[in-house]
Ligand binder design. Structure first.
Ligand SMILES: Cc1cc2nc3c(=O)[nH]c(=O)nc-3n(C[C@H](O)[C@H](O)[C@H](O)COP(=O)(O)O)c2cc1C
Length: 169
């Protein structure tokens, strides 16, 4: 079963988070996970065939990046309806707005007809309410993306297990 992680990233943080999600997905038997940067012409055939798609981007002024918004506006051609969807984001400040980014990506996914997954409290600890957030250490020395790695890998694994439960029959 194929799963895709689609992301925007300028300075590499969100790209790293995307790789961690894919790593978690690949830990589930029978799952092939690939990551795609929206600036690098994603493989639309792979995405169309994927049973689940997770999308993420950096937080810009408490919002998703303009590039991610543009990508989502043109996502009709990817046939996302009926796929499992998820979202993630990175930010620079602990209270920088990444959960708002995740929320708006999830809303866009619902509008496309996707079935959205967060795991929420149903999967136990670590509890991930809407999707995983990573905070870099550009400003807050007590932060650092590596501190959030497990949230992304665990989320990827949970997402893949749910996709298998739903679609791998
Ligand atoms: C134009 C711009 C606006 C940003 N706005 C926010 C913000 O509102 N909140 C925040 O926490 N970080 C903000 N950041 C920081 C980025 O979200 C953060 O560094 C992110 O991890 C960058 O991801 P990337 O390395 O994948 O490009 C902003 C960065 C830029 C360039």
């Amino acid at each position: 079963m194929d799963l895709a992680v689609i992301y925007d990233s300028k300075s590499g943080n969100t790209a790293k988070a995307a790789e961690w999600i894919a790593e978690g997905m690949k830990s589930v038997e029978g799952v092939c996970a690939r990551t795609f940067c929206i600036a690098e012409d994603p493989d639309t055939d792979f995405i169309k065939g994927a049973k689940g798609v997770v999308m993420g981007c950096p937080t810009y002024a408490g919002l998703m990046t303009p590039a991610m918004r543009d990508f989502l506006m043109g996502a009709g051609k990817l046939g996302l309806a009926g796929k499992l969807g998820g979202a993630f984001a990175t930010q620079q400040y602990t209270h920088g707005g990444a959960e708002l980014v995740i929320q708006s990506i999830l809303v866009n996914e619902i509008v496309q007809g996707m079935l959205c997954f967060s795991g929420g409290g149903s999967c136990g600890r670590p509890i991930i309410h809407l999707g995983p957030v990573g905070v870099n250490d550009n400003v807050e020395s007590f932060n650092g993306l590596e501190n959030y790695r497990e949230y992304f890998t665990v989320y990827g694994e949970r997402f893949a297990l749910k996709a298998k439960e739903l679609f791998d029959r």
